[in-house]
Design a protein around this ligand. Structure first.
Ligand code: PHE
Ligand code: FE
Length: 297
């Protein structure tokens, strides 16, 4: 614990622009945030909150309020941790950048969520290649207040440690589950239709609108093996979003032992990110009010 924090970002090398990994856990150097850093937080926070009312799951928005996040200043991990520990026993730990997979899984398995201490620069408001404080804190942390989602994240961490022991292919398949749920998931919110819960979406102004309102992407009902077979893009909006009915459904669907599933998938071809299969339950955009959907999907 508590090395002096560094800001660890992608680096340009002779192999191109590559991610750099770090394992240190650091104290959030709150006093070192500049007025410019707080201003970046404020701009991103207020812009996203405006966009997300009626688009993000109500659960997400309520949790953000309950944690006391606001545009006024970059939150202190200490303050958030008091609320979070009491709610679900999770805690935030400060990190310098991307973690190696196994380190990340082990933190999750122990209900520790790694949050990058540094925030993007003003010139990066719309895009940066790796997670920063805004993505991690604004995007990932609120749903850790939800008891079912909190359990899912811990189960995912344990599943990650297991998949890591099975081999690289298992990890590829498991990572797609994280991508299409935790990062880019949509949820059906009763009669209100589709809402966002994925942190990669809620921390992006463009994708917050695109994922619900564009005709371009597929919106397909959650199906574990289907997700694990589906490749994804990291540098553009998603071509496909998977829709869960509830966090309980997500939890139940991921309860079985994945080892035999990894075995089956190892013999199958992966699917392109934009594929649509006959067996997919496609969610259509409603034409009427709000985001109501046709039919029972
Ligand atoms: N059931 C999974 C396994 O056996 C563990 C897991 C749960 C993984 C939830 C992801 C999400 O590997
Ligand atoms: Fe993320």
């Amino acid at each position: 614990m508590s090395a002096t924090p560094r800001r660890v970002e992608h680096q340009q090398t002779d192999k191109g622009y590559v991610p750099v990994y770090t394992t240190d856990v650091v104290e959030q150097p709150w006093d070192s945030y500049t007025p410019a850093d707080h201003h970046v937080w404020a701009q991103l926070f207020s812009r996203q909150r405006k966009l997300l009312v009626g688009r993000a799951s109500d659960e997400f928005l309520r949790a953000q309020d309950a944690m006391g996040m606001s545009q006024d200043a970059i939150p202190r991990f200490e303050d958030l941790n008091e609320v979070l520990r009491a709610a679900t026993g999770w805690e935030l730990i400060g990190v310098e950048g991307l973690l190696p997979e196994l380190t990340f899984f082990e933190h999750l398995a122990h209900r520790r969520f790694p949050v990058t201490w540094w925030i993007r620069k003003e010139e990066q408001l719309d895009y940066l290649a790796e997670p920063d404080l805004f993505h991690d804190l604004f995007g990932h942390v609120p749903l850790l207040m939800n008891p079912v989602f909190a359990d899912y994240m811990e189960a995912y961490g344990r599943g990650g440690v297991k998949a890591h022991g099975i081999g690289p292919e298992a990890l590829v398949h498991l990572t797609r589950l994280y991508w299409y749920t935790v990062e880019f998931g949509l949820i059906r919110q009763g009669d209100d239709g589709l809402r966002i819960y994925g942190s990669g979406i809620v921390s992006s102004s463009g994708e917050s609108v695109h994922c619900l309102e564009s005709d371009a992407p597929n919106r397909i009902g959650f199906d574990l093996e289907r997700i694990m077979r589906t490749r994804y893009r990291i540098d553009t909006y998603q071509k496909t979003y998977f829709v869960i009915g509830s966090f309980e459904q997500l939890m139940q669907a991921t309860e079985p032992d994945f080892a035999p599933i990894y075995g089956t998938l190892a013999k199958q071809e992966s699917l392109p990110a934009g594929a649509v299969l006959d067996t997919d339950r496609v969610h259509h955009r409603g034409t009427g009010e709000g985001w109501a959907q046709d039919g029972d999907v």
